[in-house]
Every structure is written in structure tokens, then in C-alpha cells.
Design a protein around this ligand. Sequence first.
Ligand SMILES: Nc1nc2c(ncn2[C@@H]2O[C@H](COP(=O)(O)OP(=O)(O)OP(=O)(O)O)[C@@H](O)[C@H]2O)c(=O)[nH]1
Length: 597
Amino acid sequence: MDAKNIRNFSIIAHIDHGKSTIADRLIEQTGTLTEREMEDQILDNMDLERERGITIKAQTVRLHYKGKDGQIYELNLIDTPGHVDFNYEVSRSLAACEGALLVVDAAQGVEAQTLANVYLALEHDLEIIPIINKIDLPSADPERVKKQIEDIIGLDASEAVLCSAKTGVGISKIFTEIIDKIPAPSGNDSEPLKALIFDSYFDSYKGAIAHIRVFEGMIKPGMKLKMMSTGKTFEVTDIGFFRPTPVNVGSLHAGQVGFIAGSLKNVKDIRVGDTITTVQNPTKEALPGYRGVTPMVYCGLYPIDSGEYNNLKDALEKLQLNDAALVFEPETSIALGFGFRCGFLGLLHMDVIQERLEREYNLKLITTAPSVIYHVYKTNGEMLKVANPAELPPPTEIEHMEEPFVKATVIVPNDYVGAVMEISQEKRGKFISMDYIDNRVMLVYNVPLNEIIYDYFDKLKSTTRGYASLDYELAGYQQAKLVKLDILLNGEMVDALSTIVHIDRAQPRGRQLAEKLKKIIPRQMFEIPIQAAIGNKIIARETVRAMRKDVLSKCYGGDITRKRKLLEKQKEGKKRMKSVGSVEVPQEAFMAILKVD
Ligand SMILES: Nc1nc2c(ncn2[C@@H]2O[C@H](COP(=O)(O)OP(=O)(O)OP(=O)(O)O)[C@@H](O)[C@H]2O)c(=O)[nH]1
């Protein structure tokens, strides 16, 4: 295919504005798949993704379309993940494109992630084609949305495509716009190879597979290639593109998008953002923008049955084959035994991994409350990065501490500005700016990531009746007065329940946590004191009183089915219990810290 007939583009949108549905329509109209093959929402093909209705892993598909001029065009649609956790992947996918379709919901208008994604696209100098979707909705107001796109983003929206991915209106116009407005890729087959890795996945037959965009040069099977960030070399065995199932081809040329596989066994060898070149005639300069992914959120994962430790290890290793962003290392807790401290890109990523471990690998796990990484500057000049609150050194050894902050952008209707400000301040947010857009307001705050993890977004959503949209990006570390809050059960400290909190919040958090735990920890044969402590100082105390009745005392007569049901229920409840010293602690307790404020 002549490069002048190639178009590489992404679709960017706020969650639920219709990105996947539009992608489906584009695939359908190019006849890339027969109707029978056309499964609903092909691009979101992981089960979990479908259930949660969000795009997690980027997918790519090559479409062939006959333009008005009678020529066949190769359109490479590069899907981008739609969640803030995966911002870096979005950025790499965009770097592989010349253009982007900006999809905005005709009823909801511009939202926080619309903006975040547009800014990323503009950073990569992409040609942006505004598309106003869902015009079939009774509440659709395309004119108003056009105005928002112009006022807020500063893009000319006079020629925005009005479309309904549901009815199919406007889809043909999208093709014309892609062909007419998005520039064809430049690049030269005879230059030294320069290809960008923008995604990777693990195939049990072929090993690790890299999604790539060739900028300069060309690739053929048998070539010896080199990863520029690590120097790792390998031989190419397979080359191809996605339709969306993989189709092998003989070569990939400058300007094209596709995949390569070779003697690579682990996705860790394929770093998203890295540049690939040839061993024989390497390029001098890597493509810009590469950085390693760093997990932002950590938690402890422990098998309820300690005999499952090795199975958990195997499962994590398997998941990691496909997910280079997942990190883990063995950890021991006095309370929970042997487990792993695992690092994730964000809360959604954490949720997805936990769910897959339980669902696909049949593991029963105790998860500790998520934590961020604190920078602890010790009095001896050492700096520690602490991801597990239990590992915080004693206060006497700490000179000062720093915690990660994010720049949070919130868009809400005018009526809720006060509420958002209140929540943000409560969450130790520092006000940055406020702008009026249409009948809404865009607020920017610097907020500790720790507070975002707790319940910032939930609170935001509930107090604004779901109208607030949020996007955030990491904004560096700042000094903060932080302390470790410990919990003692029956006089014994439970390391897995320790958290790091701001000094001003420590007292009330400790009290609330003790109250909450009192409700969660079931009564046992003896009295259980629950204490919250900072260092040696006890700041709260509650007591779970001893059990008086056993579960069966409710059963009168000989109703055996009811009796069995009660025992079953009790067993069910027990599954998620972990004996900590002499106390049975349910999973919920380890998450209780997230539920207090
Ligand atoms: N009425 C109407 N509904 C639509 C239209 N396009 C998409 N939807 C619906 O809007 C919802 C979200 O659409 P998706 O395509 O899953 O949205 P998305 O942007 O891909 O969402 P993420 O994958 O989470 O980023 C789905 O229930 C769609 O059926 C449209 O043109 N009209």
C-alpha cells in the first residue's frame, strides 16, 4: 500500500460517550468482518471489560475502505484505553497516529476526560476531527456541544460530524473526514528502522507480541532487531496486522501499523513506548517520550488458606506475562502470613487484577487497604520509598516525609461548585483554578493521591448526583505531616491494618476506624478490645463483646433444612475470615479504612 493511502488514527472520548460503538460501526461498514463474525463490541474483548463497560487494553484494527475517488485506503484504527489509570498507554497509542476522532456525547457535552485526552492528542500534534455522537437521544443538543468544543477546547467545531453510532447516521461522513483531513504518514523504507511499541500482549503459542507503528524503514521476518531502551535483541518470526484477529503478512513498511512476534517470551521484554531498530543498521536516535511505567497504588495480597501461596505466586506470574505494569514481590505479615505486595497503575487496575485472580485462578484472597508510595527522609540522610505502611520506620528516625499529589480536574454544573470545593478542601486539596464553561465549572485542585484512593471520586459523584467528571495526573511529591495509625486487636498489633494518615486526621480516623471495626468483627467466645494507636499512644478504644448465643439457638424444633442453611451461611462467612492471633477477622476489616472519613 502506498503510504499516501494510509491513515493512522485513534478515537478519544470520555468514558461512555460511544467510542467502542463507533469503532464497531466503522468495522462493520468496511466489511472487515461478516455479520456473523461481528460480535457485539469487538474492540472491548476481555470479559471483565465487557462487564464493566470500559476499555482496558488497547486493540488495533486495520480497515480497508474505498474512498470517493475510487481508491482503496488502509485505515489503521488504534484503540486507546478510556480510563485515567492507563494514561501512559493512551499517550503511546496517540504517538502512533497522525489523527484522532474526538467523540463527544451530544447530551452530556465535554467532560473531564474529553479534555485530558484532547490535550494529549494536541501534544502529539494530531489532526483532531470532532464528532458529536448520540444525536438520536431526545436530550441531544449538538449546537451547544459544538459551542463547548470551541469555547473549552478551542477547536473549530463548525464542521463537526453529527452522528449516531446507534442508528448509523453520520458514519459515512466519518470515513470521508478521516481520508480528507488526517495526513498520510511520512517516512521512508530505505532509512534505518525506527518503530514505536505502543502495546503488547502475550500469546501462548507465539510468546510476547508487540503492537508497533513503523516510522522509518521496514521489517521482514528473519530480521535481527534491537530494543533501544534495554539493548535486548531478537529475531522476528511473525509479522502482521489485526482485523481484529491477527493476519500474517510478509512485511511492514514506513507508515504502517501492525504486530511483530519473535524470540520474546515475556511482555516485560516489550516495553510500551520503546523504539525498535535493526541490529545491522540501527537508527541513531530513539523516538521521543519513552518512560518506564511506575505503579501508583500498592496493596498486600494474601491467600486465605496459606497452602495456596504457591498458586497465588503462579497466578501472579501468569498475569504478569500479559501485563508489564503489574509488579509484585513477596511480603510477610505477622497477621496474615506469607503473601505479596503488588503494585498497580491505579485503583481500576488493582480491582481488575484482584478479580481475575479470584475468578480465573480460583483463589480466595485477603487484600489489604491500598496505599501510595511515600518518600521517607530519615535522620541519617537515607531516603526510603515505603509502599507498605507496616514498614514505616519509627518516628524518631524520620526527618520528614513526602506524599504523591495529583492535579485533579473536575467539571461540574454550576450548582455543585460549593460542594466540590468543600470535598476537595476536606480531602486536603489545594485550589489551583476555576473556569466557567457554558453552564458548568472546571475546577483544578492539587489533591494527595492517597485521598483520591480513599473516596474522593465516590464522594464527588454522590454529592453531585453523578454529574461531576474527574481526571487526574501525577503532580509530584510534596512534604506532609504524616503518621502511622496502628490497630490492636485483643492487645496485639495487626500490621496489615496499619495505615499512613495525615496528622490532623489521625485522631478522628482512628476513632472512626475502631467504631467501624467493632461493627465488622464478629463476636467471638471472648471479649475483643479494639484499639487505635499512634506510636505508643492509644487514641481510641472499642470492645466487641463476647458471644452469648450460638447460631443454632434460633432454630427451634427439628427444622433441619433451616439449620443446614444457617450452618452453610456461617461457613460462607468464614471463608473470608483470617485468624489473626486469636481473633477471626473478615476481609471487610482490611478495607474498613477506605470507608471512614
Ligand atoms: N442512544 C445512543 N446510545 C449510544 C450511541 N453510541 C453509543 N451509545 C451507548 O452508549 C453507551 C456507551 O457506549 P460505548 O461505545 O461502550 O462507550 P465507550 O466510549 O467505548 O466507553 P469506554 O469503553 O468505557 O471508553 C453504550 O450503552 C452504547 O450502547 C448513540 O449514538 N446513541
